[in-house]
Design a protein around this ligand. Sequence first.
Ligand code: GLC
Ligand code: GLC
Length: 814
Amino acid sequence: MENKKYGHFDDASREYVITDPKTPWPWINYLGNEDFFSLISNTAGGYSFYKDAKFRRLTRYRYNNVPMDNGGRYFYIKDGDTVWNPGWKPCKTPLDSYECHHGMSYTRITSAKSGIEASVLFFVPLKSWCEVQKLTLRNTTGERRCLKLFSFEEWCLWNAATDMENFQRNFSTGEVEIEGSVIYHKTEYRERRNHYAYYSVNVPINGYDTDRETFVGLYNGFDCPDAVMEGRPRNSHAHGWSPIASHYIEVELAPGESKDFVFVLGYVENEQDEKFIAPKVINKRKALETISRFDTTEKVDAAFDELKSYWDTLLDIFVVDTGNDKLDRMVNIWNQYQCMVTFNMSRSASFFESGIGRGMGFRDSNQDLVGFVHQIPERARQRIIDIASTQFPDGGCYHQYQPLTKRGNNDIGGGFNDDPCWLIFGTVAYIKETGDFSILDEPVPFDNQPGSEVSLMEHLKVSFDHVVNNLGPHQLPLIGRADWNDCLNLNCFSWDPNESFQTTENKTEGSKAESLMIAGLFVVTGKEYVALCRRIGNEAEATRAQQHVDAMISAVKRDGWDGEWYLRAYDYYGRKIGSNENEEGKIFIESQGWCTMAGIGLDEGMVAMSLDSVKKYLECEHGIVLNNPAFTKYIYEYGEISSYPEGYKENAGIFCHNNPWVIIGETVAGRGDDAWSHYRKILPSYVEEKYSTLHKVEPYVNCQMVAGKDAARPGEGKNSWLTGTAAWMWLTVSQYILGIKPDYDGILIDPCLPQTAQEYSVKRKFRDAEYRIRITNPKGVSKGVLCMEIDGAPVEGNVIRYEPGHHEVTVVMG
Ligand code: GLC
Ligand code: GLC
């Protein structure tokens, strides 16, 4: 397949600039950082929601639509007989020029047609419950021009799930109010909702529409709405059916003149007794307040500058200079940005996650926060407490919880036996970054039950013990419903297509199903738990825990080694999975990743052998596949994993999330060339250069899954943005390759480099200190710090002990 690029990176502006609207898949960006969020594609498709993409969906979006990505915030410009959109869609009128700049929490689309230039800046101002859209129209000709401008948004009736199914009700509930240049959406506000949404513009309007069928025409698409095509708004008032918001503005532009229009899409909550100012008339005070904060170009520009400096500050915490643009831009910009987005969104809303499916995952969120904790540690702290509050007294966990209520999600339940370990993983990362041990004393309930509070440290203990108390016949961890791999369902034997593999558990009693992935994860996080106990002076607990860790290491060496690699699991009957004895699925990535990270059998050569087997059997041109050979048929004792066609998802797809585990394993073994070569394969900027077309999804972020070597089109990406890959790529590159590792006492310097790496420098803000670290590698080694100086004074070892202030550090490898 010939590679065509659809844009380019602009590192100075921290943007990806798309120059062709017909990307191989909509390439999206995220607006908003705390409460109000929007998804926006390169053709202005997408939607907005407040906090929860399921329960507070503001604008409607139809997934899997034809044409793709239909629905969004659209501006129609009617210029004589021509109607066009700055974002090209939905009219798809050929444009004279088009550029979409996806930046840090903003998107700017600029295009031109017949001498009129339109530029729209979309962003969610900090601390605001709204999306601002600043449209600039400019007449680049020498003649006076008269244009007709229509805005367009379609309201979602709040609950994104019922909005798409309960039409017998939905078609009767819709209500709007129109006052001045503001259109208010107040469906269900008369009853239990205390919130409404609005769409405003900062100029007087010449008309409007709020009823979709009247505006569009029942048999039309968004590409030729009647009102726009005829250049005549209907001033329609929606009663039920499908409420929309469209402003109509007549625009006159003198030669060379340009005009700004500020549209605000916002959300408001009112107290019960302040909902109305008169019967049926909603209280608009808060909406008008917000609108007035953004009613001039100057105010909008100032808010945009604030957003920019917010990102300047966030991205100034870790800055690397290696001289390799492709590496630097991912580390300094896009990887960190994606970490923020995954932290905010978990797995809820993307162009693959519909925003109605999942809450926050216990394991997912713990991993996400590790990629984010250096940016806003206070938010990571809160997240840890929220997550731990859903845990059960025996250490077990709800697999997911709802962001709006912060309660465990009963529909999914628990029993994923890797979950508890991740709480240790997340908490330790937080303390190492911040030095804030006080989080361990924080009272945290079980299952959100008031009165059940124990310290967070106690939660870590029950997490650790949950593994200890759930060992199988080989003294390896019982897998439960599944471990990290949601699709390895060893206790769900299902012949019923209406059953969920994840929630059906019909074979737990007497199960011998054990997981080597959890074994490795337990050793890694167990060692951390031991170290933490020592730190806080609990020597007895440290000793007790260490015995369990040692026992696990022995169990893996004894019953978890297949000869050339680590086994993956034992099934319900106690038979091996991921063994040379198996016909398919002889080797799996997860246990190779975790057991090598844990360094199990390092001295006996197991780690190196396992990593070599990964290269031999799992590595391919586009990354490392999950298992090999792929399953060619459904194995009902294994569950969902074998439901996927070969090369996709958990059946031998390149599941990017777990590639970093192997990469970190390579760094444990000190094999810097191998670590780098695995890392590069899934690094978006490298992929962009060679495979933009094949890869299909956004070239500036990682996706969850790339089709593996057994697939029809190896290298094709899917499920972009919301993946644990973001945090793991960050951990891998910042801590294990570049070797800047936060630790309790300071920063451990322990790079693992390709031998060709000569030198680089890192600026790292850490607690109240700022370190400028320059690392040189005169002998071309992969690992090992020869000597180190802090502020000109030589230090023993490779730890920078934390001290507030500015410090210059030089490190020589060798
Ligand atoms: C998805 C889930 C994650 C799981 C992974 C592997 O990414 O969000 O929790 O570990 O798939 O199944
Ligand atoms: C499916 C996916 C898996 C994901 C899970 C979440 O099983 O294959 O990746 O983690 O759904 O429920």
